[in-house]
Design a protein around this ligand. Structure first.
Ligand SMILES: [Zn+2]
Ligand SMILES: [Zn+2]
Length: 156
């Protein structure tokens, strides 16, 4: 399961943008800069909730060779674009699969400035850890996350 998109209320968006502009010492922050900062696609909605959209391909690992899928972001993107419901594993097998989409509430503790308890990914050792909240984080280089538990699941 990997986070792919963040949906913010306009209030949270403004707050994050102003914090970021303060940190960078720049008067205005573009939508693109904010998306780059969070390493996710960002959209704004009217409702007063902040969500992360997480996606997962199943089955994973590959039922034929039992290798786990790699390059999950790209693999999910390809799966969505092709619309053929077929997943390609790292060894080149194609099998029928399904994309699951989850929504996760974030920023509940309303405090994004924090000390960062995890600096290194426990799975791949990467230092590219992205924080979405005090205890919500994920690795940008593999599919590790801090045990994000989706509240509800959206079926497509
Ligand atoms: Zn395979
Ligand atoms: Zn990792």
């Amino acid at each position: 399961m990997i986070p792919t998109e963040i949906v913010l209320s306009s209030g949270s968006y403004a707050q994050i943008a102003s914090e970021l502009s303060e940190r960078l010492g720049s008067p205005g922050i573009s939508h693109l800069q904010l998306a780059h900062h969070l390493a996710l696609t960002v959209s704004i909605q009217q409702e007063n909730t902040d969500l992360v959209i997480l996606k997962e391909l199943i089955p994973n690992p590959c039922p034929i060779c039992h290798h786990r899928l790699t390059f999950l972001r790209e693999t999910i993107e390809r799966f969505e674009n092709e619309g053929s419901c077929s997943i390609r594993c790292p060894m080149g097998h194609r099998y029928q699969g399904e994309l699951k989409v989850y929504y996760l509430n974030i920023f509940e503790e309303n405090d994004i400035e924090l000390e960062k308890p995890v600096k290194k990914c426990p799975d791949c050792g990467s230092k590219n850890i992205q924080y979405l909240g005090p205890k919500v984080m994920f690795c940008l280089d593999c599919d590790w996350d801090s045990g994000m538990e989706p509240r509800y699941q959206i079926h497509r």
